[in-house]
Ligand binder design. Structure first.
Ligand code: SF4
Length: 100
C-alpha cells in the first residue's frame, strides 16, 4: 500500500510506494500463487507463477518478506515453500550467529 509522507527537502507531500505496489503479480489471480501441492495441475500453476515472478522487479523484497515473516505456503520471490525452507533455515542460522 502506498503512503503519503511529507518530504522536507521538496517541501511537499510525496507518495511512497511499497514493494507490493509494483509487484508483477498485482492484479493476477492470487490462487495461482497458492497452488494445492506441487504435482499435477499445481505443477502448471507453479510454472505460470514462477514465470510472472521472473519478470518481477521486487523479487528480493518479496522473498525477504516471506523469509522474515515465515510464510509457509505459496510462492514468494519466485520460490515454492519447499524451495524456501532451506533459505529460511540459513537465514535463521545467520540471525542466531549475529545475535549470539
Ligand atoms: S516475486 Fe512473485 S510473488 Fe513476489 S511480488 Fe513478485 S510476482 Fe509477486
Amino acid at each position: 500500500m502506498s503512503t503519503k509522507q511529507y518530504d522536507p527537502y521538496l517541501g511537499e507531500e510525496i507518495i511512497v510506494l511499497e514493494w507490493r505496489d509494483i509487484a508483477a503479480c498485482a492484479g493476477q489471480d492470487p490462487s495461482m500463487f497458492f497452488p494445492a501441492g506441487e504435482t499435477g495441475p499445481a505443477a502448471e500453476q507453479i510454472k505460470m507463477a514462477k514465470k510472472i515472478c521472473g519478470t518481477c522487479e521486487v523479487t528480493e523484497e518479496c522473498l525477504t518478506y516471506a523469509i522474515e515473516t515465515n510464510q509457509v505456503s505459496g510462492i514468494w520471490g519466485g520460490l515454492t515453500e519447499d524451495e524456501r525452507r532451506p533459505v529460511r533455515r540459513r537465514w535463521l542460522a545467520d540471525r542466531r550467529r549475529r545475535t549470539g
